[in-house]
Design a protein around this ligand. Structure first.
Ligand SMILES: [Zn+2]
Length: 270
């Protein structure tokens, strides 16, 4: 009965917070095979974003270092890349050549050869990138098997974009959210997550579900220490001395008490 009572709160906890809440941005759980992935910014001038390419690149540094690179359980380390010259198509064409059935067929003119590329985009083609005031779209558009070779982030650079009206910190958080999609994560249903579907002005760090998702896609490797062996040098042994001494003393005390108990003759059975 006592065990049953203890189980109730644990069951309730599991129902409310499922172990895997995060979703993936692609059906094959594709990931960047390299640990080190650059985030580059297209060199062309943005029309309506209100910030320069160089400022955008500096925001990328904050987006990776204040969010994803703080995950201790992930092998992935993102880094600020460089201003990169790309074709004018990246500034105007849609990210998908079709979106039938809700799935995107990447536009072959915007394939990112390697790493992550951020480009502002004025969205003059069809299907439109930025319907209903969407600030950005992200498409891992160069996937081979389970490897992401390149991902594209398009920022809404139309005159009515809402990105330009956000605070600097929220813009960094929005970039970090899109970079999360670029490395393979989908949206999280957990509101306390960077990957929650809506922009949260006060989001300044990863949530536990972001960490779970990143650890699933990019698990940190264990340091190799040999085949289960433990090497104990002289200093280690000396530092462990008090611990071994205490264990020995406790075992000795237990033995004395047990012997005293055995030597007593019971006067009657209870
Ligand atoms: Zn999103």
């Amino acid at each position: 009965m006592r065990a049953f009572t203890l189980l109730i709160p644990f069951s309730f906890f599991i129902v409310i917070y499922p172990a895997w809440s995060f979703t993936l941005n692609n059906t094959v759980a594709a990931t960047f095979p390299a640990n080190d992935v650059p985030v580059n910014v297209a060199a062309h001038t943005c029309n309506n974003l209100g910030i320069s390419n160089q400022d955008l690149l500096e925001m990328v540094a904050d987006a990776v270092n204040n969010y994803w690179n703080k995950a201790p359980n992930s092998r992935l380390r993102l880094r600020k890349g460089s201003l990169t010259s790309v074709s004018a198509a990246f500034q105007t064409e849609p990210g998908c050549s079709s979106t039938s059935g809700g799935s995107c067929t990447p536009n072959p003119n915007l394939v990112v050869s390697s790493g992550i590329l951020i480009s502002c985009n004025t969205d003059t083609g069809s299907p439109a990138n930025f319907t209903s005031g969407v600030m950005a779209v992200t498409i891992p558009n160069n996937i081979q098997g389970r490897n992401i070779n390149g991902s594209l982030i398009l920022l809404n650079d139309k005159a009515d974009n809402s990105f330009k009206n956000k605070s600097h910190d929220e813009q960094v958080a929005i970039l970090a959210h899109e970079i999360g999609h670029a490395v393979g994560l989908g949206h999280s249903p957990v509101e306390d997550s960077l990957m929650y579907y809506a922009s949260i002005p006060t989001r300044r760090s990863l949530g536990w579900d972001d960490l779970d998702g990143l650890a699933y896609l990019y698990p940190a490797g264990q340091p190799f220490t040999g085949c289960g062996s433990i090497t104990l040098n002289h200093d280690d042994h000396a530092s462990n001395g008090p611990g071994i001494f205490m264990v020995t003393m406790l075992l000795g005390l237990g033995l004395i008490l047990a012997m005293k108990s055995c030597l007593k003759t019971p006067k009657s059975l209870r």
